[in-house]
Design a protein around this ligand. Structure first.
Ligand SMILES: Cc1cc2nc3c(=O)[nH]c(=O)nc-3n(C[C@H](O)[C@H](O)[C@H](O)COP(=O)(O)O)c2cc1C
Length: 286
């Protein structure tokens, strides 16, 4: 049997390993190139790029908690013209990930990706224009996640990233001040793992044909394997990269070890293999 870590996500998207670096945790990639051999990383999702350049939030932008980090960057980035125009024609740009956990400024809603009609509209518009496959990064705590997943795939998304982290704040008792400059932010890190697992599991059952990237709380090969078993095709590593830039390489190595131990050929052999009891509720028909 030929054993490989490569994963085929369809539409010509073949990654050398199923372990990518999550958005916002390695800038646009340049920052990491001296610290880790990027050829051994499955892929890198750049920080979110907006239409106009953004200066980002006032500091502090990150605060530690016992179970992860609370953060808000205010999406600091150079703007689409300094970024996408320059990279659209580059072969290494293999996909677009749509960040849908931010506000819908036009309709004045806090989280765009919680509204099915609007999410479908935005995902459809991007998918029609994009030259590469589009992944919709849905908020992992969205109440109607299965319906959102279906709407994104129906609108033309090639796959899903599950998911955008939940909202959070930090409070400093000593000073009575918020831990973050922008006051409110998001939660990342180990605390998210079970929430991510459930969201991946639910989404994979309603759109089994679509590749899912799991992100939130993955910091070991075991975490990554669990995400694949729950229904993901690949995983993304966020805050664990801030601690150890080589984490994605180590995690991929650990997945290879697990496959060998189980006598399996590829990460895809693990996908959605969770053994649920006979009669466990079927996903509802749309
Ligand atoms: C400092 C920081 C910046 C981030 N910036 C972005 C971003 O620009 N766009 C985005 O979609 N997610 C962003 N994220 C969220 C991560 O991509 C990921 O969803 C989250 O950290 C959960 O994964 P983890 O538990 O492995 O850290 C950021 C996370 C951190 C910690």
């Amino acid at each position: 049997m030929k054993r490989t870590l490569a994963v085929d996500l369809g539409a010509g998207l073949v990654l050398p390993t199923p372990v990518l670096i999550a958005s916002g945790c390695a800038g646009t990639g340049k920052e990491l190139s001296g610290l880790v051999d990027l050829r051994k990383v499955g892929g890198l999702v750049s920080r979110t790029i907006t239409l106009d350049a953004r200066k980002g939030s006032p500091p502090p932008r990150i605060a530690e908690t016992p179970s992860g980090t609370v953060w808000s960057t205010g999406l600091q980035n150079p703007g689409v013209h300094a970024f996408i125009d320059a990279v659209q024609t580059r072969p290494e740009v293999v996909a677009v990930e749509l960040h849908l956990s931010g506000p819908d400024e036009e309709l004045r809603r806090d989280v765009l990706g919680e509204h099915i009609d609007r999410t479908g509209e935005i995902v459809g518009a991007v998918a029609r224009m994009s030259l590469v496959p589009v992944f919709a990064k849905l908020p992992m705590t969205a109440t109607e996640l299965p319906e959102l997943a279906r709407a994104c795939i129906r609108a033309g998304a090639h796959g899903l990233t599950i998911g955008g982290p939940p909202p959070a704040i930090g409070v400093v008792a000593g000073t009575l001040r918020p831990a973050l400059g922008p006051v409110t932010g998001w939660m990342s890190g180990p605390a998210l793992k079970p929430i991510t697992l459930r969201a991946v599991f639910e989404a994979a059952r309603v759109v089994p044909e679509a590749p899912i990237m799991a992100v939130g709380g993955v910091r070991s090969a075991e975490d990554a394997v669990e995400m694949l078993i729950a229904g993901a095709s690949a995983v993304q590593i966020g805050t664990a990269v801030l601690v150890d830039p080589a984490a994605p390489v180590e995690i991929a190595r650990g997945i290879a070890g697990y496959l060998k131990e189980k006598g399996l050929g590829t990460p895809d052999d693990l996908r959605a293999r969770l053994r649920v009891p006979v009669g466990f509720r079927e996903p509802e028909e749309p």
